[in-house]
Design a protein around this ligand. Structure first.
Ligand code: ADP
Ligand code: ASP
Ligand code: MG
Length: 440
């Protein structure tokens, strides 16, 4: 089994959807195709939810109408037959009728998640209509029939595997399955999602469930680049990454991959390939267990970080202090990213401020608490980065003009993390790029 996931840009134009169709029928190996929503759709759905959460029905209606007219020109270009077009129009009408009904009822978070699911439902249904029109045999798999998360929003991999295998056993002769990325069911059996960019996670979870031959993530760039191409010029694709390296980059801001999308593939040792739909012949990036090369391979950055410092003389020579502090973060289900310690102080970073006030109130029992918001983690990744001679010096030399709030070095063999104020992040990324990568 092969998993092929296509992102928003890859399905965002009718001609691109045709390209996707060509790519999935290139060989007749069994495959599950995971599609995102058309580019821009999920953003629009988020805006609809936001407008409704402020009781702005007029604003929501405007976005719904604009989105509907986008789909109404999209399907005309996508499909060539009257039957295909009639089918597509009825799909579009059904989903926009749903959005219009939502305008009339009381808005809540469960409804918001229903709204967010419409994008992937539309893209997969329209794509299946295209396959149908071209007499390409495929099965439409509703993601909510198998993709589930528990009360901690963690995917239930074993249940996903069980359900998927049961569903597919009903189609012993079928080779092509189409499903929605991002969409899932939660423990209350409501429609939920795997967070923004979650279609990658869907693909990886399905790949793990089937112990697939490969998980292909088809997107709009030729693989993982050595720095954020949205910020830094002259970035280059990386041919090979280990699971650990890719996971660090994804978690610390490389938008090409959902932050959690590597662990399922890693757990089942399924290779992940990052490929470009617009340039299918490009090599892309292959992610496997193998650790190749030496030195710095890539840099990524994650914004929206808050640093919390707890200064306490009680930490001096005490044991059990860290446990007590970490228990507070556990109590408020707030993950910690970076940690640095001195004998009398501890600094940690979080990216979820939901319970910041409660965290501070409880941490103040231990000592003086200082909070710095608007921080970014710059994550420098490579094989043996922490041990290769001079790497830290090169990084620090490059950063000489920039104030650094925290440094994390030696936590793993492939990562050095720096915490800086977000206002200097872009400049720091560019300077690091110049210093750490030599271009010929
Ligand atoms: P998709 O819609 O296919 O999921 P995304 O927009 O989520 O695509 O991810 C691809 C984008 O990620 C690229 O267009 C690029 O701008 C951005 N990106 C950020 N960091 C990196 C990186 N290190 N390597 C490649 N792409 C990156
Ligand atoms: N459509 C969702 C999003 O835009 C999921 C994805 O594209 O991966 O976040
Ligand atoms: Mg994405």
């Amino acid at each position: 089994m092969k998993i092929m996931k296509f992102g928003g840009t890859s399905v965002g134009k009718p001609e691109r959807m045709h390209q996707v169709k060509d790519l999935i029928i290139q060989d007749d190996s069994p495959k599950i195709v995971v599609l995102s929503a058309l580019a821009g759709t999920t953003n629009a759905l988020v805006q609809i939810g936001e407008a409704l959460s402020h009781a702005d029905k007029k604003g929501a209606k405007l976005i719904i109408d604009e989105l509907q007219s986008h789909y109404e020109s999209f399907y005309l270009e996508l499909l060539g037959t009257d039957a295909g077009r009639a089918k597509a129009l009825s799909i579009i009408q059904e989903h926009f009728e749903f959005l219009n009904i939502i305008l009339k009822i009381n808005f809540n978070e469960a409804i918001n998640r229903d709204i967010l699911a419409q994008g992937e439902l539309l893209s997969t249904k329209l794509f299946c209509t295209l396959l149908d029109e071209l007499f390409i045999d495929a099965v439409f798999l509703p993601a909510i029939d198998f993709m589930s998360i528990d009360e901690n929003q963690e995917p239930e991999l074993l249940k996903i595997e069980e359900r998927l295998k049961a569903i597919l056993s009903d189609y012993p002769h079928q080779k092509l399955f189409i499903t929605q990325g991002f969409v899932c069911k939660n423990h209350r059996k409501e429609i939920d999602n795997l967070k923004r960019g979650g279609s990658d996670y869907t693909a990886s979870l399905i790949g793990a469930a089937f112990n697939a031959e490969v998980i292909e993530i088809w997107t709009d760039i030729d693989g993982m680049h050595n720095n954020d191409p949205r910020i830094v010029d002259q970035t280059k694709p990386i041919a090979q990454l280990s699971f650990d390296e890719a996971a660090e980059l994804a978690y610390f801001g490389a938008k090409i991959l959902h932050p959690a999308s590597i662990w399922p593939a890693q757990m089942y040792n399924v290779p992940v390939k990052l490929l470009n739909t617009m340039q299918p012949e490009a090599l892309g990036t292959t992610i496997t267990a193998e650790e190749q090369g030496q030195g710095v391979k890539a840099i990524a950055a994650k914004d929206g970080i808050t640093a919390i410092k707890i200064k306490s003389s009680r930490m001096l020579l005490a044991y059990g202090f860290l446990r007590k502090v970490f228990e507070i973060f556990e109590k408020f289900k707030t993950p910690i990213d970076m940690i640095t310690t001195s004998e009398v102080a501890l600094s940690v970073t979080i990216d979820d401020e939901t319970h910041l006030a409660e965290l501070i109130a409880e941490l103040e029992h231990f000592g003086v608490v200082e909070v710095d918001q608007n921080q970014s983690i710059i994550c420098i990744v490579g094989n043996m980065v922490a041990e290769s001679k001079g790497t830290l010096k090169d990084i620090m030399d490059a950063m000489i003009e920039y104030p650094i709030r925290m440094v994390s070095y030696g936590g793993s063999r492939h990562n050095v993390s720096l915490l800086v104020n977000t206002s200097i992040k872009n400049d720091a990324l560019r300077t690091l790029n110049k210093s750490l990568f030599t271009f010929n």
